[in-house]
Write a protein that binds this ligand. Sequence first.
Ligand code: G6P
Length: 359
Amino acid sequence: EQTGKSGYDHYMLKEIHEQPLSLRQCLSGRIDELDGRITVEELDDLSDHETVQFVACGTSYHAALYGAQLLRAAGVAANAYYAHEYATSPAPVSTADLVVGVTQSGETADTLSALREASRRGAETLALTNVVGSTAAREADHVLYIRAGPEIGVAATKTFSSQLIGVNLLTSHLTDRGVKRRRDFVDDLRGIANDVQAVLDESEAAAVVEEFVDSDAFFFLGRGLDYPVALEGALKFKEITYEHAEGFAAGELKHGPLALVTANTPIFAVITGEGEAARKTIGNVKEVEARDAPVVVVTDGVAEAGRYADHVLEIPTTDERLAPLLANVQLQLVAYHMAAHLDREIDKPRNLAKSVTVE
Ligand code: G6P
């Protein structure tokens, strides 16, 4: 078994370290060498769409939330739904709509049912999946493979990063048609694997988490594109450490979660880019510091958020659409190192399955 782990203690850590490779695979042949245009052959016959709905569960839902924001920013009406909630309360769809099932395995029963329901009501469907020939891939009208390679650890890591790239490719495909290369973005996309490698080489997550072993709970904050990362950071943390972790939209803090904040609840704040969102989240960091909570800021440094933190987990600067992916790698390491410290069964957390094939 140790051979399968290539010398790493766990599949999860191996898969975290495989991300530079899996991201290169995801992008391979999809950026034109000459003019830098993003071209996704599989999507050539995808129609134009006025609205996009994402359906997904678990980690894939967080990629869906991120994707919906990307599309909205590019002028497409997009929303993300938990697939199981979609089944109970489906959003109206017509033939003008695209429904995207984000599912690593392509076998999650809730996501498959939501896709089938959307298809029954006339929507065009797309599966964004890792597994070639999976049920989602076979049933959907279109499929975009994220090419992350097999993922053994129950906690999704490299597949999430590749899903984030996958929804970027989809967004470019739907909104950039006829547009020549968007130079800075494409350059940063090409550099993303190296940036992930830099995070892996230089992360101080292992040292930072040691300080917080005896905490009551762990909270993760983010706004805008950093919000799905906060949710994913908390999900990963609770899945493998069994400690209480919650992710919040930073702006929601004052509407309830602030009541939970004490000197014994470390806050991980994800703050990338320099816009209004970053400035506002820095305001939230000050609020939790006033309640004596220890603060770890995961940041590219652009908004100088590190000044307000007890610890900083740095990421390289890149396009603001890609920075959340790098921040998430830091949070994968935070979860992993805490779980390792607590001696948890990292690759097979109790009560969880890699793929849930019942509704
Ligand atoms: C299970 C796994 C999660 C995963 C979710 C959705 O609950 O434990 O890690 O995110 O299913 O899986 P999918 O294959 O649809 O992405």
